[in-house]
Ligand binder design. Structure first.
Ligand code: R5P
Length: 286
């Protein structure tokens, strides 16, 4: 028997998952002590059950102690296994020592989770230089791809789409989305100059005149990647792009800044956000 237990902020997704699988929906109590340490209590009977903790990991740092404590507690209380459903899996972008002395945090984060969980399920983790989550995780992992859901949305909402990936790394999912949507695709080139500073190179856009650009990316964080790409289409005389994002992190004013240069922004529900319009919940349990 499986019991889905949400960490704070993940109640809706956990309830949907429990309903979709005819499983039990559990609860836990999590609060801060006055000194900001984390208090956790599992408020459901988990003995003899497979526990699935549901916790998307956008802005992970304050969440991590509570998540790990909950996993260890579930096991101590007799759970037969403890899984993590993290629709957004943090820290996967730092998968290389780009400068001397840097932490390769994807590996360190994976090690922390592997110490507490038996398995991890996530959606399109940011895997660029590595090709399989198994290269960083020592536990079972399952990766769900949002491409079919993105393609369905584009087919239903955009006429004459041109699917655009902002950088070479996006080729993998952009090609898949375009093929499923029956649309042409184009991949731009990007140089990252800093956390909030990117240069996008977009030669030969004229050839695609008359099509509606649809920018597709796995993550919008500072939003700069999509904003810079959108500027190129504006300069080349296209309609404002539609922006489709798997993981809507949108730091600070990124969302408002992207809204100013796009005709519409839509995201999946891997992270609660005002732009969510595509559900991937059923894919997590299919
Ligand atoms: C990077 O390779 C990713 O695919 C995204 O393009 C990137 O994380 C977006 O970041 P930002 O919104 O800060 O430009």
């Amino acid at each position: 028997m499986t019991i889905y237990i949400p960490l704070p902020g993940n109640e809706a997704m956990a309830a949907e998952l429990a309903a979709l699988t005819n499983s039990e929906l559990g609860a836990l109590e999590l609060r801060r002590f006055p000194d900001e340490e984390t208090y956790v209590r599992i408020a459901s009977d988990v003995a003899g059950k497979a526990v699935e903790l549901v916790c998307t990991l956008a802005r992970p740092d304050p969440q991590l102690p509570g998540l790990l404590f909950a996993a260890y507690t579930a096991r101590e209380l007799g759970a037969t296994s403890v899984g993590l459903i993290a629709p957004y899996l943090a820290y996967m972008r730092q998968d290389k020592r780009f400068s001397d002395g840097e932490s390769v945090s994807s590996q360190h984060f994976a090690r922390l989770l592997a110490g507490a969980f038996d398995r991890v399920v996530t959606v399109d983790p940011h895997l660029h230089r590595i090709h399989d989550l198994g290269e960083v995780f020592s536990i079972n992992t399952k990766v769900v791809h949002a491409a079919p859901a993105l393609a369905d949305w584009i087919k239903a909402h955009v006429e004459n789409p041109l699917i655009v990936g902002p950088d070479i790394e996006s080729e993998q999912w952009v090609a898949d989305v375009a093929q499923r949507a029956g649309a042409p695709h184009l991949v731009l080139d990007k140089v990252r100059l800093g956390d909030r500073d990117v240069e996008v190179i977009a030669p030969g856009l004229e050839k695609w005149q008359g099509l509606q650009p649809v920018l597709v990316d796995d993550i919008a964080s500072s939003g700069r990647t999509m904003i810079e790409a959108a500027h190129h289409f504006e300069k080349a005389g296209f309609a404002k792009p539609v922006c489709v994002v798997v993981h809507p992190l949108f730091a600070d004013d990124a969302y408002e800044a992207l809204e100013a240069v796009s005709s519409r922004i839509v995201s999946t529900n891997t992270i609660p956000h005002v732009s969510v319009g595509i559900s991937i919940t059923s894919l997590l349990v299919s």
